[in-house]
Design a protein around this ligand. Structure first.
Ligand code: TYM
Length: 334
């Protein structure tokens, strides 16, 4: 009997993976493989809620797969797939749309933010995105869903849907728990510490991507916004010194040092020493990942075999759940 618990998570290929994508969720994923049955995917269906250039979307989806593997996800030990390859996501997404309330969907922070930023393209997909995300999750009956802080609200909505659906039809879906990392759950832009570091926003200097050159990474950290007070000391004070707090969170996530240890390390040294030190730590952390990602990306046949096999494995589980749902809601079996 399989006693392992299940976990699932995904990232949209809507931009190049950033330090936020890595320090928030991605770096925790490989550690979970031994303990959980893991499903990881590239959320391409979600990416098109904002207009994408087709060639870029295709390229980024494959790059993301290579980067997942380079970050330590062994395709022999977990299931990695492209969301659009598993048609059950779209199908269950539709069903769950009918169990997500208009009011609930209207309250989603991400919907409000993205509508404000894409005023010329407030499409239905942007609005119903959380029901598709609930479908992504519930198809695999996971125990936990590791995400960054900004996705917690969507996982909460999935939980509401479980309660509503199971309330009518019995125990169909397992109740998933969001899993938010303690450090790195919200990495902010280097140029605007009031906004999260995003794959598709805050310009080039505000975000560090996983594949940035070391020189670019150093340049971005040296230019990172700190604060304008005269104290200029490295102290964790997110309210008054959000830029410094963000750099400290990054440094802490990369080196494993506590905020107190970091304050002591840079006591009396000022930002001139602190900012390049954070940059160097990031460069060294990313170096092996970048090398491995380039090597894997060059092997198209291997990547293809990984996503094909991943889709097959994922489909088996997804189909089982979808059949159960269709039966419960009264669809005639084919
Ligand atoms: P996405 O692609 O915006 O982000 C992927 C994951 O990265 C986290 N994240 C961050 N964490 C820390 N600091 C940051 N600056 C930062 N930016 C992003 C996000 O919280 C997320 O965990 N809807 C999801 C993708 C998705 C999904 C799912 C996730 C689709 N279906 C099912 C889990 C389960 C999204 O847009 O994530």
């Amino acid at each position: 009997m399989d006693e392992k618990k299940t976990m699932l998570s995904g990232i949209k290929p809507s931009g190049d993976l950033t330090l936020g994508s890595y320090l928030g969720p991605l770096r925790h994923w490989p550690k979970m493989i031994e303990e959980y049955d893991c499903y990881y995917f590239m959320a391409d269906l979600h990416a098109i809620t904002v207009r994408q250039n087709p060639a870029d979307l295709r390229r980024r989806t494959l790059e993301q797969l290579a980067q997942y593997i380079a970050c330590g996800l062994d395709p022999e030990k977990c299931t990695i797939f492209v969301q659009s390859h598993v048609h059950q996501h779209a199908e269950l997404g539709w069903v769950l749309n009918c169990y997500a309330m208009f009011g609930e969907l209207s309250r989603m922070t991400q919907f409000k933010d993205k509508s404000a930023k894409n005023a010329d393209n407030i499409n239905g997909g942007l609005f119903t995105y959380p029901s598709l995300m609930a479908a992504d999750i519930l198809l695999y009956q996971p125990d936990i869903v590791p995400v960054g802080e900004d996705q917690k609200q969507h996982v909460e909505l999935a939980r509401n849907i479980v309660q509503r659906f199971n309330g009518v039809y019995g125990d169909v879906f397992k109740m998933p728990e969001p899993y938010i990392p303690k450090v790195g759950a919200r990495i902010m832009s280097l140029t605007n510490p009031g906004a999260k570091m995003s794959k598709s926003e805050n310009g080039d200097t505000g975000r560090v991507t996983l594949m940035d050159d070391p020189e670019d990474i150093m340049r971005k950290f040296k230019r990172a916004v700190t604060d304008s007070d005269t104290e200029r000391c490295v102290r964790y004070d997110p309210e008054n010194k959000p830029g410094v707090a963000n750099l400290m969170s990054i440094y802490s996530a990369v080196t494993g040092r506590s905020f107190e240890e970091i304050e002591r390390e840079f006591d009396g040294l000022g930002y001139g020493k602190f900012k390049p030190a954070v940059g160097e730590a990031v460069v060294e952390m990313l170096r092996p990942i970048q090398e491995e990602a380039r090597r894997i990306l060059a092997d198209r046949a291997y990547l293809e075999s990984v996503y094909r096999e991943g889709a097959e494995k994922a489909s088996r589980m997804a189909e089982k759940t979808l059949r159960k749902v269709y039966k419960k809601i009264g669809f005639v079996a084919r």
